[in-house]
Design a protein around this ligand. Structure first.
Ligand code: NDP
Length: 289
């Protein structure tokens, strides 16, 4: 029988644990979120992050800038937040408008406040095995994998997708736990056969239900990062992952649902990172979460 990895429940536990940790700190960590423009999906993410931040007992600082804000103005805000002692974590919601160089903006964030773990310093720390603030989505995926896989070492891990925010850091984390890791992408030859070799299959593509049930071996653990909105016949829409869930469920060992899988864990790991960043910056021992 397939085990459903309940990201919603795991995230609720992690957020509650972070809230308990915060109440014992003796100070209130602060997380600043910067949103540029009016993209509705980004606005929902920012709202959910703000809500989770406050619920865990942190200070939430939201900065909303107009779509046409200049890069210079945005960089000045980052500088302000870097120097603000009440701010322990800074997150710039992506994507940014085309006229802004996202790389320049992300690189301007103080690495010690980089709760998304996208700064090159933190990327380097992750790949070299140094303590770091690691990207939230793959961190959540690792927690979910650990909840069903007793020994990751030696497992064949196939990652579909090579983005800087999911695929690549996911590879670094699985490698650090001694999985044998392959990263696949749009130029990979015979993706289906490669997926069939996976003990741990991570789908981070952004293509609705691209990975079919018969691409996955029955003993596999499947982490579906994809969030794709598709239209239904009644004109409404629904969210699906990158894996054909109905074909995979009942066939594989364990799988994350969409919605209710990776998404909620990403936000919970953001809170965890903000607490960790606050403790490191203030030379306070990092609590167990
Ligand atoms: P990107 O668009 O940055 O990367 C997609 C990757 O998929 C690329 O490496 C691309 O290959 C690869 N790809 C595209 N088409 C194919 C194909 N036909 N066969 C094999 N590989 C393919 O996406 P992200 O990594 O940012 O996001 C991936 C998905 O995860 C999206 O659905 C996104 O919404 C979701 N997501 C969910 C999060 C969560 O919290 N649950 C957080 C972040 C993302 P190439 O490099 O060759 O172009």
């Amino acid at each position: 029988m397939t085990r459903l990895i309940d990201g919603k429940a795991m995230a609720a536990n992690l957020r509650a644990s972070a809230a308990r940790a915060v109440s014992g700190l003796g100070f209130k960590p602060g997380l600043a979120v910067v949103l540029v423009g009016e993209d509705p999906a980004s606005a929902v993410y920012v709202r959910n992050k703000g809500k989770a931040t406050i619920e865990a007992g942190l200070n939430s600082f939201e900065h909303k800038l107009p779509e046409d804000v200049s890069e210079t103005k945005l960089l000045s805000l980052i500088e302000l937040l870097n120097n603000d002692n009440t701010v322990d974590g800074i997150l710039v919601q992506l994507p940014l408008p085309a006229h802004i160089n996202a790389e320049r903006v992300l690189n301007a964030i103080n690495p010690d406040k980089d709760v998304d773990g996208f700064h090159p310093t933190n990327v380097g720390r992750l790949w070299t095995g140094a303590p770091t603030l690691a990207p939230c989505t793959p961190t959540g995926c690792m927690r979910m994998i650990r909840s069903v896989v007793q020994k990751i070492a030696g497992k064949e891990a196939i990652i579909v997708g090579r983005s800087n925010i999911v695929g690549k850091p996911m590879a670094a984390m699985l490698l650090a736990e001694s999985a044998t890791v392959s990263i696949t992408h749009s130029q990979t030859i015979d993706l289906r056969e490669r997926c069939r070799t996976a003990d741990i299959l991570i789908a981070a593509v952004g293509r609705p239900e691209m990975i079919r049930g018969d691409w996955i071996k029955p003993s596999a653990v499947v982490i579906d990062v994809g969030i794709n909105r598709v239209s239904k016949e009644d004109g409404k829409s629904r969210l699906v992952g990158d894996v054909a869930f109905e074909e995979a469920v009942g066939r594989v060992q364990a799988i994350t649902p969409v919605p209710g899988g990776v998404g909620p864990m990403t936000i919970a790991c953001l809170i965890e990172n903000a607490v960790r960043a606050a403790c490191i910056r203030r030379a306070h021992p990092i609590p167990e979460m």
